[in-house]
Design a protein around this ligand. Structure first.
Ligand code: FAD
Length: 477
């Protein structure tokens, strides 16, 4: 009788240990994906990631067809769906790859126990991370709280397991169980179709992910360490949305950066691997601190005097703050469902420190709008910027949005792409239009307050206010 293969955040055939085990069992394989209730299992998915998921499931189904198989889609509580499918197919075994977010883990533990108690075989495998988070611990058995020793521990583990190739064929069952139609899940936006620009930027699916990895190594890895901070340069891998839904494994990425030609300086390779290891560190935090997206890792921040101001929050979301680098970032997020890492740090600092709006509001907005929304990386990075996270940037380090823009987008190319109303402004003023003389603005066709907003806060005053707020905490840094 058949074996069920449960796909979750591992929407790939390559380097997929559960798939390998299912194929090696010699039984007919029934690949399934379950749309679990919101807030359970894989959800809740943000709107942008639902767009990605639709296309990723379609791509996975196509790849499975290449193996003589297909993807069965079902909706509902994972355990009930699986029990029904076991009955319908006569299967007595199921395999899956582990996930490490608290909601997903809770579902998996329950499913495994219930099925095993009922005499079924339920086995899970590693593959979402380089190393199992339960294995990475300090000498005293505790989780790591800072990144550098965590990285050293990863180095001591040695290389992650070598990635395995997809099987050439899967044995099909004599009778396929019914599947939901993908379109019936309504994952794509309709009215309005705010994702209309996404296809210019993204091709979901594992084939595109592998292609992107190859292109990145060939064209950008050799200057990654220096150029990765400049948002106008195609200098980073753009693999994050593929990683978020598991279309490529971190082990595949890691091993692709081994044995490269000597013309790629080692510091670039190490730097890139260290970023992949940051993802790992974020999961390490989430694994040991399941409330990462709702509670301060450092409870000193629990009494922080956040302000609530719907109008300012809305200006930030819409990219109408009057600070061009912040607005460019927020509009890149609207247009492409993605934002450059340097700019994510700038816009997060602006929300938290210039507007004094709770980091959780920003985390939730990013979760809904990023195609790479990830429960670990998003929460950990927001807490990192807020100063409340593990090994965080101190709260008193407040980014000046003008100087950040001038340093990392000196010729304003990024601003001109995403804030076109400022496109004709001189480089001297592109990051500070509010200081431009009238004739310069006139020549550029910009009237502040009409074509482009005046700053919604004065950065110098906002900085002072943020430091006062910090000083009001009992255990000031
Ligand atoms: P590359 O520079 O090519 O890096 C390779 C991979 O390393 C990335 O794909 C990613 O998986 C990982 N990585 C790189 N930087 C980080 C980092 N700082 N933390 C964790 N992993 C990292 N990343 C997400 O994947 N999902 C999120 O929801 C997310 N939210 C963020 C929120 C804020 C406020 C900030 C400051 C950062 C956030 N990041 C998030 C991290 C980072 O911005 C993205 O991973 C990166 O921009 C993705 O681009 P890339 O794939 O080209 O990265």
């Amino acid at each position: 009788n058949p074996i069920l293969l449960w796909f979750r955040k591992d929407l790939r055939l390559d380097d997929n240990h559960a798939l390998q085990a299912a194929a090696a069992s010699g039984r007919p394989v029934v690949p399934i994906y379950i749309r679990e209730p919101e807030a359970k299992g894989c959800g809740p998915l943000g709107a942008a990631q639902r767009w990605w998921l639709h296309h990723s499931l379609a791509a996975l189904d196509k790849s499975l067809h290449g193996l003589g198989s297909k993807l069965v889609l079902r909706t509902g509580d994972a355990l009930s769906v699986i029990e029904r499918l076991l009955e319908e197919t006569g299967a007595e075994a199921i395999v899956w790859n582990r996930r490490y977010d608290p909601a997903g883990m809770a579902v998996d533990v329950g499913v495994k126990k219930t099925l095993r108690d009922a005499g079924m075989k339920a086995n899970s495998f590693a593959g979402q991370l380089l190393h199992e988070p339960s294995r990475v611990r300090t000498g005293t058995g505790n989780p790591y709280k800072t990144y550098t020793p965590f990285w050293r521990a990863l180095e001591q583990f040695g290389e992650p397991p070598f990635p395995i190739d997809a099987p050439a064929k899967l044995c099909a069952p004599g009778h396929w169980p019914l599947s939901d139609a993908l379109d019936s899940w309504s994952l794509l936006p309709t009215k309005p179709n705010w994702a209309s620009n996404f296809p210019d930027m993204w091709v979901p699916g594992e084939a595109a992910a592998r292609g992107k990895l190859g292109d990145f190594i060939e064209t950008a890895l050799d200057s990654y360490a220096v150029e990765r901070d400049f948002p106008d340069k195609p200098a980073t891998s753009m693999l994050s949305p593929h990683l978020a839904l598991g279309e490529i494994s971190p082990a595949r990425i890691w091993h692709a950066t081994r044995g490269l030609p000597k013309n790629i300086p080692t510091d670039n390779i190490v730097r890139f691997r260290k970023e992949v290891a940051w993802r790992e560190f974020c999961y390490h935090q989430l694994f040991h601190f399941p409330n990462l997206n709702s509670a301060n890792w450092n409870d000193r921040y629990d009494d922080f005097p956040w302000r609530s101001d719907a109008q300012l929050f809305d200006s930030w979301r819409r990219g109408q703050t009057g600070y061009p680098i912040v607005d460019a970032g927020m509009r890149q997020l609207w247009r492409h469902g993605w934002m450059h890492n340097r700019v994510r740090m700038i816009v997060a600092s602006f929300l938290i420190k210039d507007l004094l709006i709770d980091w959780r509001e920003g985390e939730a907005w990013f979760r809904d709008t990023l195609v790479d929304a990830d429960p670990a990386a998003n929460a950990a990075n927001w807490q990192w910027v807020a100063g409340s996270g593990a090994d965080a940037s101190p709260f008193f380090r407040i980014f000046n949005p003008v100087l950040q823009g001038e340093k990392f987008d000196s010729d304003g190319g990024y601003i001109r792409t995403f804030v076109p109303e400022l496109a004709d402004l001189d480089n001297k003023y592109i990051h500070r239009p509010f200081e431009a003389p009238d004739d310069v603005l006139r020549r550029a066709g910009v009237t502040l307050g009409q074509h482009y907003p005046r700053p919604i806060v004065d950065h110098a005053l906002a900085r002072r206010r943020a430091l006062d707020a910090l000083a009001s905490l009992k255990n000031d840094e």
